[in-house]
Structure formats: structure tokens, C-alpha cells
Design a protein around this ligand. Structure first.
Ligand code: MIC
Ligand code: SF4
Length: 658
């Protein structure tokens, strides 16, 4: 696409006037852009990170993919960087060998958090990006349609297959006014979450527009699209405008700029309007990103720890804000303050401009440019600690300390809390003067490895360390599912509950071992129950599987023989992952029937004519029947009947070579 060329679809049809519709239309390979209908879109770029990447690439090996077919694919190492034994180091070596063989760019440990680095170096307005991480929508901050997915779907996209999704509704989020001092972009997304909650975005794309957009820089927009993931939205997107061009100039990529905008007479499926001038500092209380209140409401609560960083709030502006606020001051002696820069280039500029001195001079501990504390890799706080973090998720146990109380805030609020030792409205700290941005953010390349040419790549041997176990294929779906209810859960169960990260993150390449910890935070006996009963059913409330894209939350239960999850509703990525690993995602026709099932009830469900006959669940223990439904498509049914997508494609591939 040429610079200055506007992306436009055939005019006149609702969705095609949205910028979302324009980008989807220009990438459409299968289907029609009608709300709820399944479409297949071409993927220009992919990203993986190490914690989901090893399994994604093990699956691509099983699928026989040998070379990336995309415009650009990057493998990031940013989650599992603590090396307490050989496991993570072996994963990194495997990922490096895969990158070289497949023709992927490798971003080594320490280079930065995948979403921040991708925003700086590779994301382009008007392009599609698929990432094996739920915060991939970060790149929507510069006008890309960037979607998080399970590793298998990303592996397929690397191999050139379209990505399938149901055409989402497009919600227009109109921004007017301008943020007041000490109110930040983070407060905008916290306001969105306050209004629509953690499942308000399911089946939707949040498209930002209105005069307030021009008051926000790309990194600020990226904070908003990043944490839009917490609403359950498919993605969030901002137009590409002069601010986008300005950002791309600063990172040395002006050539990548194109204007991407909605038509002026666009009409959205739904509307949200936020007057930025009226926003106040907000904070999400434990244990949900949707539990948002004004900071002023909980002022004075004593805190123990502050962590600044993550893919939501570790931009140059974020950390300069911290430096400006901390310069010449001292963090309260009882508080631990850590700072993880989003990328090595940001860290470099902070150091060059003397800001690191301001940060460490005030008592901050500088950490690596990785996810770190955000995914429980270090900085687990003390028992019952109150921790204020600039991150995006505060699900129970995510800090690594089961009893910790995690609050999510802007950098401005977090620094204020670090200075006072209690929850503090940042507006009390005086006005922050305008923060000048450096003319350029120099892109340092020391930790980036480019792949060799194709001929060299063919000679490369993949290196599988002893902890890297191949993915086992599941057998076809039987005619009748029969088993016990192994666990009954409430609403909003996150993947952090299903498959805890923290100390177990190093087991990501070893499904049999990792599977021993399924549901451990809520039922340490789950693994034993699953083994003793030869698998069974999971019953849950609304929004089951919210949060991460980690396909282990489907893969590990599938390896334990879980046959179906019966819930009131599902989160998008997790539902796709269940289908991919041959677990039936079913919903109650009448949500009140949730009360008719108890743990260890014996259930039976005929699934021979899936999609053709009504689904009637027999509760043999209670001697009653329950009507179920599903919202899976005919190709999903084909996947499930085969024992999952990987099983289906692998068998199809085998048949063609036989
Ligand atoms: C997260 O923030 O929960 C993660 C860790 O980045 C996950 C991916 C994973 O579990 O590896 C995500 O957001 O998808
Ligand atoms: Fe990493 Fe946290 Fe962002 Fe997930 S949310 S990608 S763990 S920084």
C-alpha cells in the first residue's frame, strides 16, 4: 500500500465504513462481512512469545510447516527469562533454532516485551497481526487489526492459512475533550472497563474515534488497545493519523505510515462516549480488571509494593513520567518499587538521557525488559501484601502470592503510592510539567537475530531439550460422552486459575508435567480426580476462560481426558482453544440449569449427530435432563469430531502423503 493512500472498501455498507471493516475487507479470504458470520482473513504478520511459542512451534512441526509464509513473523523471548535450571534455557535454544529454520526474526531475552517491541519496530497501520498472546491488540494503537489467538492458530497463520473468526460487531468509542494533568491513558481504558466490564467486549471490536483521539500519542493509544483485551473484545483499534506518522518518524519508520480512518458518515453497531476532560484517576481493585473505582475512593489504604512495567505501561513516556515524579525524592522506606522497561531501546534512551539515575536515585529497582512480575516471574510480594501495579490483570494468584491484593493503576498513581506508602490520588502530588519526547527512539539491534537465507536454513537442526515433549494427538470423539463432573466453577474463571503460570511457567513445553497442576489454585486434587475418573466434565458460569491466550488451559485438560466444558458463556480465545484440542464447549440453553448439576454428578451426552440434533444432557445422578446449546460452526464440529484441529490436520496430511 502506498503512503497517503486511504484504505477503502466498497462504500455504502455499514461495517465497510468503519476502519475495522476496511482492514478486514482488504484481507478477506473467506466469507462475508456480516455480524456473526464466520470469515477467514489473511494474516500479514505474526508474533509468538516463548511461553506460548514453544508449543505453537511444536505443533507447527507436527503440521509439517517448514517455512514462514507471512510478510513478517517474529518470535519473542520475554516471559520465561529467569533461568533457575535448564528448562527455560533449553526452550530459548529451541526457539532460536526454529526461528532460523522457519525464517523468523528472533527477539532475544532482554530485548523487551513482545507487544512493546512489535509496536516500535514492526507493526504497520492497515495490516493484520495475529499473536499467540492475548495482548496482541497493542498494535491496534497504530492502526493495525491485531488479534490474540492460541498457538495452533498462529502456527497455521505462519504456514499461510487464513485466520477464522466470527465477524464481530464494531463498537465506536468516541473520545472528546482532553485529559487533565495526572489523569492518564490508563484511566481511559479503566473507564471503559468500569462501564462495560470484563465480558462487555466479547464478540466486538472497539474502534476509537472522535476529537479526543488527536490528543493521544501512539504509546498512549497502545495502552488502551492493550488493556482492551480485558473487556473480552476481539481487538481494539485507533485510526492512523498524524500522531501515528509522528511516532513512526521517531522510531525511524516513516515509510511504514499510511492513513487508515473510518468514513466520516460511519455508523457503529454500538456507541460509547467518553469525555476525557471529565475523567479522574481510576484504579482496579482485587481481583478483577473490571472492578474499577476512582482512586480517591480508596485513598489511605497502606501498601507494600509498587511494580511499574508490563506491556500496558512501560513506554518511554510512562517511564519518563516515573522519572520526572521521582527525581530528587525517595520511595517510602517500607515500599519495594520495581521498574521493568518495555524494551531495550526504551531502557537505552532512559539511560542516555540520565533518567535511570533519577529512578534508581529515588530507590527504584530496575529489572530486565521482560514481563517479569506481571506473570509471576519474580517479585511475588509478602503474605497478604497490597501491591499496586501498572499492569493489566489482577486475577487471584497472578503475583505468585495467593493472598496478595493486587490493584491496577496508571504510572502516575503508582508512583504517587510509592512515594506516600498508601493509595494516593496523583492529583495531590502537584502538576507534572509537560513531558518532552525525544526526537528519536533509537532502535538498538544487539538482541535481535535475523534468520539466515533459505538454503542455510534447510541445514539447521531443531534442538529439543529434555523438557520439551512432543504434543500427543487425541483420538476421535466417541458417540457418547460419559463421565463425572470433576469441578463446578463460578463466573469469570480466568486461565490463570485453569493453568497457573508463576512457578510452573517453565513447564510450558512439557504438557504431561504441566497437566499435573490444572486448577491447582482452586482444587489441588483436580489432577488426581481426573486421573482416577478417566477424565470427565467441567461445569462453569459466565465468561469461562477469560484472560490469556494460553492454549495449555485447553491442551492440559484435554490430555487429562476432559470431554466437554458446560458453561453459561465462554471467552473468545479460550473457546477456540477448546475446539482446537477436541473439548466440546457447550452452553446451557437456560442458564438457570447451572443449578441442576453438582460436582461429581454422573453425566451422559449423546454427540453422534453433533449440530444436527438437540443436545440433551442426562444427569444420571439426579435423574433429570438439561437442554444444551453450542455456538460452534460446522468446521469446528469437524475439528472436535476428529479429536481437535491438530489431530484433524495431521491425519489429513498423512492421508495425502500415504
Ligand atoms: C498473560 O498476560 O496472561 C500472558 C502470560 O501473557 C498470556 C500468555 C501466556 O499465558 O503465555 C496471554 O496474555 O495470552
Ligand atoms: Fe507479558 Fe504481562 Fe503483557 Fe502478558 S500481560 S504479555 S505477561 S507483560
Amino acid at each position: 500500500m502506498q503512503k497517503d493512500e486511504k484504505i477503502s472498501g466498497p462504500a455504502g455498507m455499514g461495517i465497510l465504513k468503519t476502519l475495522t471493516g476496511k482492514i478486514l475487507a482488504s484481507h478477506l479470504e473467506v466469507g462475508k462481512l456480516e455480524h456473526g458470520k464466520k470469515i477467514g482473513i489473511h494474516i500479514d504478520q505474526t508474533l509468538t512469545q516463548d511461553a506460548t511459542g514453544t508449543v505453537a512451534y511444536l505443533q507447527s512441526e507436527a503440521l509439517g510447516i517448514t517455512r514462514a509464509q507471512t510478510e513478517l513473523s517474529v518470535s519473542y523471548i520475554d516471559h520465561n527469562t529467569l533461568k533457575m535450571d535448564n528448562k527455560n534455557a533449553d526452550d530459548h535454544v529451541y526457539l532460536q533454532s526454529i526461528a532460523a529454520k522457519y525464517g523468523l526474526i528472533l527477539s532475544k531475552a532482554g530485548n523487551g516485551i513482545c507487544h512493546q517491541v512489535h509496536l516500535e519496530r514492526y507493526a504497520k497501520p492497515g495490516k493484520t497481526l495475529l499473536g499467540s498472546d492475548s495482548h496482541t491488540p497493542t498494535a491496534g494503537g497504530l492502526g493495525a487489526i491485531a488479534i490474540g489467538a492460541g498457538g495452533l492458530d498462529v502456527a497455521l497463520a505462519i504456514g499461510g492459512t487464513a485466520f477464522y473468526l466470527k465477524t464481530p460487531k464494531v463498537v465506536g468509542v468516541k473520545l472528546t475533550g482532553k485529559l487533565k494533568p495526572m489523569v492518564a491513558a490508563k484511566d481511559i481504558i479503566l473507564e471503559v472497563l468500569r462501564r462495560i466490564g470484563v465480558k462487555g467486549g466479547v464478540g466486538k471490536i472497539l474502534e476509537y474515534h472522535g476529537p479526543g483521539v488527536a490528543t493521544l500519542t501512539v504509546p498512549e493509544r497502545a495502552t488502551i488497545t492493550n488493556m482492551g483485551a480485558e473487556t473480552g473484545a476481539t481487538t481494539s483499534v485507533f485510526p492512523s493519523d498524524e500522531n501515528t506518522r509522528d511516532f513512526l518518524v521517531r522510531v525511524g519508520r516513516e515509510k511504514d505510515w499510511v492513513m487508515v480512518q473510518a468514513d466520516e458518515d460511519v455508523k457503529y453497531d454500538e456507541m460509547i462516549e467518553i469525555n476525557l476532560s471529565k475523567l479522574v484517576p481510576l484504579i482496579a481493585k482485587p481481583h478483577s480488571p473490571g472492578n474499577v473505582v476512582p482512586v480517591s475512593e480508596i485513598e489511605g489504604l497502606k501498601i507494600d509494593q509498587v511494580c511499574i512495567g508490563s506491556c500496558t505501561n512501560a513506554s518511554f513516556k510512562d517511564l519518563m513520567t516515573a522519572a520526572y515524579m521521582l527525581k530528587g525524592k525517595k520511595v517510602k522506606s517500607e515500599i519495594s518499587l520495581t521498574i521493568s522497561p518495555g524494551s531495550m531501546s526504551i531502557f537505552y534512551e532512559l539511560a542516555e538521557h540520565g533518567f535511570v539515575a533519577d529512578l534508581i536515585g529515588a530507590g527504584a529497582r530496575m529489572l530486565e525488559c521482560t514481563c517479569g512480575p506481571c506473570i509471576g516471574q519474580g517479585q511475588a510480594p509478602k503474605t497478604n501484601a497490597v501491591t499496586v501495579r501498572t499492569f493489566n490483570r489482577n486475577f487471584p494468584g497472578r503475583t505468585g502470592t495467593a493472598t496478595a491484593q493486587m490493584y491496577l493503576s496508571s504510572v502516575e498513581t503508582a508512583v504517587s503510592c510509592a512515594l506516600t506508602g498508601e493509595i494516593t490520588d496523583p492529583r495531590r502530588m502537584g502538576e507534572l510539567r509537560e513531558i518532552p519526547m525525544p526526537a528519536s527512539l533509537r532502535m538498538k539491534t544487539a538482541l535481535i537475530v535475523s534468520p539466515p537465507d533459505k538454503e542455510e536454513a534447510e541445514k539447521i537442526e531443531l534442538i529439543h531439550g529434555p523438557n520439551i515433549k512432543p504434543i500427543k494427538l487425541k483420538g476421535p470423539l466417541p458417540d457418547t460422552l460419559d463421565g463425572k463432573v470433576l469441578i463446578k466453577l463460578e463466573d469469570n474463571i480466568s486461565t490463570d486459575i485453569i493453568m497457573p503460570a508463576g512457578i510452573y511457567l517453565a513447564l510450558r513445553s512439557n504438557v504431561p508435567e504441566y497437566a499435573m497442576h490444572v486448577f491447582e489454585p482452586v482444587d489441588p486434587n483436580f489432577y488426581k480426580k481426573a486421573r482416577d475418573n478417566n477424565g470427565g466434565f467441567i461445569v462453569a458460569g459466565e465468561n469461562y476462560g477469560q484472560g490469556s491466550s494460553r492454549e495449555h488451559a485447553a491442551l492440559c485438560p484435554s490430555s487429562l481426558g476432559i470431554k466437554a466444558v458446560i458453561a453459561k458463556s465462554f471467552a473468545r480465545i479460550h473457546m477456540a482453544n477448546l475446539v482446537n484440542f477436541g473439548i466440546l464447549p457447550l452452553v446451557f440453553k437456560d442458564p438457570a440449569d447451572y443449578d441442576k448439576i453438582d460436582e461429581m454428578d454422573h453425566l451422559e451426552l449423546a454427540v453422534k449427530n453433533l449440530g444436527k440434533e438437540d443436545l440433551i444432557l442426562k444427569n444420571l445422578t439426579k435423574n433429570l435432563e438439561i437442554n444444551l446449546d453450542h455456538s460452534i460452526t460446522s468446521s469446528d464440529i469437524e475439528n472436535i469430531e476428529a479429536g481437535g484441529k491438530l489431530a484433524l490436520i495431521s491425519r489429513q496430511n498423512k492421508q495425502t502423503t500415504d
